[in-house]
Design a protein around this ligand. Structure first.
Ligand SMILES: [Cu+2]
Length: 127
């Protein structure tokens, strides 16, 4: 009597192994990639100024800062205010390929805003 459950378990194991490669491919098509970015005196460390991801990735940019700053991811057009002592997450699916700057918005007298040179660039590469 004890033999049957054991062979059944073996059967399930074989099935799982057959399915595994398919699952791996699916996961590789939509990676979730997270970057921790610290803005200090209006700058991001040099080694983090170019973020490279693949098309389809779910990208999470986790920002922290030493002063209140308004960020704008161009192209994807995400604007976000980040403040000291709080982590702010900028999350998007990288559908469009290209090179997209994240710049700081500063209110301009008489309306509108100005852009400083970009803090970082996000490069979305075709898969
Ligand atoms: Cu802008």
């Amino acid at each position: 009597m004890g033999v049957i459950p054991v062979s059944l378990a073996g059967c399930f194991l074989a099935l799982a192994l057959i399915l595994a490669p398919g699952l791996t491919v699916t996961a590789a098509k939509a990676d979730e990639v997270t970057f921790d970015l610290r803005v200090e005196r209006g700058r991001v460390p040099a080694n983090l100024r170019l973020i490279r991801v693949k098309q389809g990735d779910v990208v999470k940019l986790r920002w922290s800062t030493d002063r209140t700053t308004i960020l704008h991811l161009h192209g994807y057009d995400i604007e976000m205010k980040i403040e000291p002592d709080a982590m702010a997450e900028m999350s998007f699916t990288a559908r469009a390929t290209g090179r997209f700057p994240v710049s700081v918005h500063k209110p301009k007298q008489g309306g509108g805003h100005t852009h400083d040179p970009p803090l970082i660039h996000v490069e979305v590469h075709p898969r």
